[in-house]
Ligand binder design. Structure first.
Ligand code: ADP
Ligand code: MG
Length: 706
């Protein structure tokens, strides 16, 4: 009997060649191998007498080898193996190209199954490159005469190889214990695990294969829900410092705002303040379209905390954004008496003591002041927290535009001295409900659904190559009228060139895309030599980036050419055109975010999507951007069109691939969550479900490690 956790090296019949190929696929044990699912099936279940096999048909024939022959084709230098195969009804020729070794296995006089597609050659029926195996095996067939699993063929491991190894293992596998409660299987019509394992690899019918797939997809979502719900429950049991609402400072701060908060902003702020006042840590995601005013909400929460004597770590993904937040906090709320520190790279920071009094300070000095509790709000990049900044009384952690939600945020919630700081993350990526229920299932959500008054819709146009000059003309007009332009390019040149040796077709293609540097050269020298063009990309030094952003924000440049890393939160109300090169390379949600950079001021704004791609798909996808009513609608579309892996990026969520794929199965998400809730309600610590507990913990491990 083969056990699940047996190493493949200890399984009889697997040679070193297979072992090393499996190792490359991260398959080391029987359990790993069983989780390596087929991507599709080839239907060879129709068995036909040779005489009845018709061209175009995919069949299995069973016949005796009459004679074989190896020859070289005369036109192309190709090795061809031919075999005459006969049954009682007739004869057919089987042909294989470029696999000369096959001849040796085709013993004359032996009977084989041949599965493949029937064709014709020189007026005769032939079966080309058929899969074959000895006929009449008592243990059933692997490659022929049935639904045959096709595995993702990577790293030198063929489907045939996987079938060869996995079939005998399945036949001798120990019984796997079912970890999904039987009631849940029943209620949701799911296959039991042993049945499902067999059916996903060697199904008798397509229905059975589908049922197996459904069970595993459901399983992932169920485990994910269990993991999230347990995490949430665990967090509720943790202690946090309750931060009372401080009416006086809030009223003062809100009065200082140069605008009136939208109803939506107020509602979100209330939800946050309510959470903060509790002794259990908040774990909340503040969502809202680009420009919806998330910063003000988070800033008010931080000011409230400061007013009540608690510190806030206010983090941004980049230094440019950190500076912007510092400016917002000090400009808008400079009068309310909160001391704000900005931690920047290079060993220096900046402290706002009060209106009119700011000083440069060494980072080390800043850390000391933070530790003594002299700084109310510490603003910086993530290094601020990851670097061991000791806070005197850290009450709240705010993270802005954090795309790697999953991993980072969980790491952030480590407790300090027995309590966990309240946690608020902000994101402009509209996350579809399906994902918030699953991937982010342990988060509470606040959504800003309203845009500040006076925002104008951005006119969005797809620009075909022949309209490029016209578009440039339009850009020139806007600049002449005093406006500013963003130009976004997919990637920078250097990166691809460095990797040029290792590039596949896909990557080579990317090489041809507009690069920032090339685009910058073109725009600044040829197209707009008379305008002030600047460049911003990820490879620049922080200082250069800050300077570039600053110059642009102050209106001292007309055009900013940037990569997609363009500081996602930058706020330049005078910019009215967002022009995007090779727009088809971006996800809809991302394009939507870029577009949100404009349309913030009083002037009409435009988003120009440049694309050379002609495909109907591309046009349709981009067209969605012109019709969708909001970011959520687009995000759902994006999710459907590209799948969750592409949508969020597997690495960004830290989710295992299999779980990501399951997310595509929207109908399963709800039932999995309901079942998880039911199990945990009855057995919160899963003491009666130890296998399930183990599996859920393993899922958490996979989330953190992949
Ligand atoms: P995001 O949600 O993308 O982070 P920001 O917080 O950067 O948006 O806000 C975008 C701009 O809108 C800023 O200039 C901010 O001052 C302004 N703003 C925020 N709230 C309001 C409001 N209620 N009314 C008018 N303008 C606002
Ligand atoms: Mg922002």
């Amino acid at each position: 009997m083969v056990r699940l956790f047996t190493s493949l090296a200890d399984v009889y019949g697997i040679g070193p060649r297979f072992l090393s190929r499996f190792r490359k696929l991260n398959i080391a044990t029987v359990a790993d191998l069983i989780r390596h699912f087929p991507s599709r099936y080839e239907d060879f279940s129709v068995i036909s007498p040779i005489a009845d096999a018709t061209p175009g048909q995919t069949v299995t024939i069973i016949g005796e080898i009459i004679k074989t022959n190896l020859r070289r084709s005369w036109r192309k230098k190709m090795m061809i193996v031919e075999a005459q195969v006969a049954d009682q009804s007739g004869m057919i020729k089987a042909v294989w190209f470029n696999q000369p070794y096959i001849k040796n296995t085709l013993t004359t006089g032996a009977t084989f199954n041949f599965s493949g597609k029937v064709g014709t050659y020189a007026g005769e029926n032939v079966i080309t490159n058929p899969l074959f195996e000895a006929a009449g095996r008592s243990d059933g067939t692997k490659h022929t005469a049935r639904l045959v699993p096709i595995y993702p063929e990577t790293k030198g491991m063929t489907s045939k190889g996987v079938r060869f190894v996995i079939k005998p293992i399945l036949a001798n596998l120990e019984e796997i214990s079912e970890f999904i409660p039987y009631e849940a299987l029943d209620e949701n019509g799911l296959l039991e695990i042993n049945e499902a394992v067999r059916a996903i690899h060697f199904p008798d019918t397509m229905e059975e294969a589908e049922a197996a797939r459904r069970r595993f997809a459901w399983q992932e979502l169920f485990l994910l829900a269990i993991a999230n719900l347990r995490r949430k429950a665990e967090l509720i049991r943790k202690r946090a410092l309750p931060i009372p609402k401080n009416e006086a400072i809030l009223t003062a701060a809100i009065k200082k705002l140069p605008f009136v908060l939208t109803g939506s902003q107020k509602k979100c702020l209330d939800q946050i303040l309510d959470d903060l006042s509790r002794p259990a840590p908040m774990n909340r995601l503040l969502q809202g379209d680009v420009g919806s005013g998330k910063t003000a909400v988070a800033a008010l929460a931080a000011i409230n905390a400061a007013g009540s004597g608690y510190q806030t770590a206010f983090m941004a993904p980049t230094e440019v954004l950190a500076r912007q937040h510092y400016t917002t906090l000090t400009r808008m709320f400079g009068e309310v008496g909160v001391k704000v520190g900005l931690m920047t790279g290079g060993g220096w920071g900046r402290i706002f003591w009060e209106r009119g009094l700011e000083s440069e300070i060494k980072t080390a000095e800043m850390r000391k002041l933070i530790a003594e509790g002299k700084i109310g709000i510490a603003v910086g990049t993530h290094a601020l927290i990851y670097g061991d900044s000791p806070f005197h009384k850290l009450g709240l952690t705010v993270i802005d535009e954090q795309h790697r939600f999953g991993v980072a945020q969980r790491a952030m919630l480590v407790s300090r001295g027995g309590t966990v700081p309240h946690f608020l993350s902000m994101s402009a990526t509209p996350i579809p409900r399906t994902l918030t229920l699953t991937v982010f299932g342990d988060l509470d959500l606040s959504v800003i659904t309203e845009m500040p008054a006076g925002r104008k819709p951005v006119v969005t146009k797809i620009v075909a190559p022949e309209k490029r000059m016209e578009a440039y003309q339009f850009i020139r007009q806007e600049v002449k009228a005093g406006r500013q332009i963003f130009v976004i390019c997919p990637r920078i040149e250097q990166e691809a060139e460095n990797n040029a040796g290792a590039l596949g077709q896909q990557e080579l293609f990317k090489l041809e895309l507009k690069s920032v540097t090339a685009e910058f050269e073109k725009l600044s020298r040829q197209i707009f030599p008379d305008l002030r063009v600047m460049m911003l990309h990820g490879k620049m030094k922080v200082k250069e980036k800050v300077e570039a952003m600053d110059t642009f924000a102050k209106g001292k440049a007309d055009i900013l050419v940037a990569t997609s890393v363009v500081e996602v939160g930058v706020d330049v109300p005078n910019a009215t055109i967002m022009m995007i090169e090779s727009a088809e390379r971006f996800g809809l949600a991302q394009l939507y975010q870029f577009r949100g950079r404009v349309g913030r001021g009083e002037h009409a704004s435009y988003c120009l999507l440049f694309t050379d791609a002609k495909g109907e798909n591309v046009q349709q996808r981009l067209q969605a951007l012109t019709t969708a009513k909001n970011g959520f609608e687009l995000a759902e579309m994006d999710l459907k069109m590209r799948g969750p892996g592409q949508f969020l990026g597997t690495r960004q969520t830290g989710m295992p691939d299999t779980a990501m794929r399951s997310l595509q199965n929207l109908s399963l998400i709800g039932t999995a969550r309901t079942a998880a809730e039911a199990v945990l309600k009855e057995d919160p610590s899963l003491t009666k479900h130890s296998d399930l507990k183990k599996q859920a913990e393993e899922m958490v491990g996979r989330i953190h490690n992949e």
